[in-house]
Design a protein around this ligand. Structure first.
Ligand code: PXP
Length: 242
């Protein structure tokens, strides 16, 4: 059964809207864990638009499950990850102007940079995952870069408005997951998953973690975070039952 890792970036987004101290992502992580999350994911962006260095330090000390740090493959970020030591690092592409991570990391086109970052992180004991589009070329490159895992970008699937298109995108995800597993990579998925479209992804064979943020935090505004997480955990569990 796939596990839910809750991305709490948008709790920090609400805090940063007023530049104050609430809501605190540390409190959100505790509630997400009480709701059944198997891990907590945060993205420390170069521009620090939501998660701050202080959040990373405190979450490192308080998260009782697993901390997954999303970050760009830069020297600054690799040094931070080696100092703070989250269980897992997910390397993602980062552009200043984007609202959210738009596409997967072009590992094939930046093999040396990604390989260097992955090597430093793995030597330091981090699990290294690469956020890639569901594409065989990127899976092969992830393997060549020395990653432990890949996170398949589910954004195209999530945005498909017609059932036929969504089915095609899901098939791409299934094939990429199969190729990754055949290459001995651990397979995760995420981006744009919500209470309507997650079940089909959770039912794909061999997925380990689903990273879900915006939809859970958005629902939490209305029903509370612990309940929002519990409801998503139940969707994933139901999708995995035979
Ligand atoms: N996985 C990665 C690599 C991401 O960058 C994000 C967005 O921060 C997510 C998953 C979660 O996406 P969403 O907020 O749309 O659930």
């Amino acid at each position: 059964m796939a596990r839910l890792q809750v991305n709490i970036d948008h709790v920090a987004t609400v805090r940063q809207a007023r530049g104050g101290v609430e809501p605190d992502p540390v409190h959100a992580a505790v509630l997400a864990e009480l709701g059944g999350a198997s891990g907590i994911t945060i993205h420390l962006r170069e521009d620090r638009r939501h998660i701050q260095d202080r959040d990373l330090e405190l979450l490192r000390r308080t998260v009782a499950t697993r901390l997954n740090l999303e970050m760009a493959a830069t020297d600054e970020m690799v040094a931070i990850a080696c100092r703070v030591r989250p269980e897992q690092v997910t390397l993602v592409p980062e552009k200043r102007q984007e609202l959210t991570t738009e596409g997967g990391l072009d590992v094939a086109g930046n093999l040396e940079q990604v390989r260097r970052a992955a090597r430093r992180l793995r030597e330091d004991g981090r699990i290294v995952s690469l956020f890639i589009d569901p594409d065989a070329r990127q899976v092969t490159a992830a393997c060549a870069a020395g990653a432990t895992a890949v996170e398949l970008h589910t954004g195209r699937y999530a945005q498909a408005r017609q059932a036929e298109l969504a089915a095609r995108e899901l098939e791409d995800l299934r094939r990429a997951a199969e190729a990754a597993r055949a290459a001995a990579l651990v397979v995760h998925a995420g981006h744009g998953l919500n209470y309507q479209n997650t079940a089909a992804v959770a039912a794909l064979p061999g997925l380990e973690d689903l990273n879900i943020g915006h939809s859970v935090v958005a629902r939490a505004v209305l029903v509370g975070l612990e309940r929002a997480v519990r409801e998503m955990v139940e969707i994933i569990a139901a999708a995995s039952r035979p």
